[in-house]
Design a protein around this ligand. Sequence first.
Ligand code: AMP
Length: 253
Amino acid sequence: APHVAVFDTSFHQTMNPVAFLYALPYVLYERHAIRRYGFHGTSHRFVSRRSAEMLGRVGDPALRVITCHLGNGCSITAVRGGRSVDTSMGFTPLEGLVMGRRSGDIDPAILLYIMGKEELGAAELNALLNKHSGLIGVSGLSNDMRKLLEAEAAGNERAKLAVDVFCYRLRKYVAAYVGVLGGLDALVFTGGIGENAPAVRARSVEGLGAMGITIDPSLNDGVRGREVDVAPAGAACRVQVIPTNEELLIARD
Ligand code: AMP
């Protein structure tokens, strides 16, 4: 049977060195190809294309879209004219947003510090960052956003804190990527959380009104798993909920 490989990194190969290089000794890039690769590319590619279709702007090189893939793994991508210009996952899927079980961004010096304090080796640190951090790490309860939202509603403070940290990190990245793109035409939410958690969408854009990014609660509330534009009528920046479809793109590729 013919085998086809569709790489989750390929969409991000259009990034410029200014976005993909880490400020490490350049020799590490030359010798070991240490750079940002980005992941979830198939999903970001699918929803950014759907966003352009919904806006009637497919092929417009000036179209500026930010796509938030929020599932068990989470990443955010800045897309100009259908091409990825920056993304939050890096050399591995660990960097960037808070995820179900992954920390996302941390100060790397924390690792050196706790290695000594807790006598942890490479394998334990890997498990700490990839399995015991993120939503489950902060909440101590679950990596599942639905469970955390239910626990928060029932008065669980740590569940609320985990959701707050998740939304706050996302909000910072959205604002950063508006800077990267020099403005924004559409913000897209996808993935299990992005498609199904109206509260997370609303909390992640809180305070971004100054950048023109707002959600109409009457459009956003109750929207689960379907394609809807939830920005207020007449707002210049659209906010779109778009169910992802990685399988379709893989089949087409
Ligand atoms: P995925 O990896 O894309 O399947 O996304 C899984 C994440 O989506 C988990 O954190 C789920 O709790 C979350 N999720 C799915 N449905 C809902 C929902 N109705 N409300 C909140 N989170 C949800």
